[in-house]
Design a protein around this ligand. Structure first.
Ligand SMILES: [Zn+2]
Length: 120
């Protein structure tokens, strides 16, 4: 019933895209954590992060928007920014071994695994 919409999200670090029909079905890699979210949740995270979202309306229509989803790649600066599974900025990295190619798990203050010593 809901119309599929394509949204462009810009911040000072990246430009990315997602596709939604009320629930986000596809997203650029940098926004991949949003797939499966309802619009309202995505909207609140975008607002809280100070990002700008605009709907893409192109003469070529849907296909061009789908290509934008696939082609959009974050600039290298965005790689340094980590986002928790809840959508907040993640300042706490665990299991990070960059020299071994492990980028680890990143969490915000709220979701940092405080009691993982026993599990590790
Ligand atoms: Zn979190």
């Amino acid at each position: 019933m809901n119309r599929v919409r394509f949204i462009r999200v810009t911040s000072d670090k990246f430009t990315a895209y997602f596709q939604t029909d009320g629930v986000i079905t596809r997203a650029s890699k940098v926004l991949g954590f949003m797939v499966g979210w309802e619009d309202a949740k995505a909207r609140s995270v975008i607002k809280r992060s100070g990002w700008k979202a605009s709907q893409i309306i192109t003469s070529e229509g849907k296909q061009e928007a789908i290509e934008a989803l696939d082609l959009a790649s974050p600039p290298s600066a965005a790689l340094e920014e980590h986002i928790c599974h809840c959508g907040k900025r993640a300042s706490f990295g665990y299991g990070v071994r960059l020299r071994k190619g492990k980028i680890g798990t990143w969490n915000c203050f709220e979701h940092r695994p405080a009691d993982q010593c026993a599990a590790a």
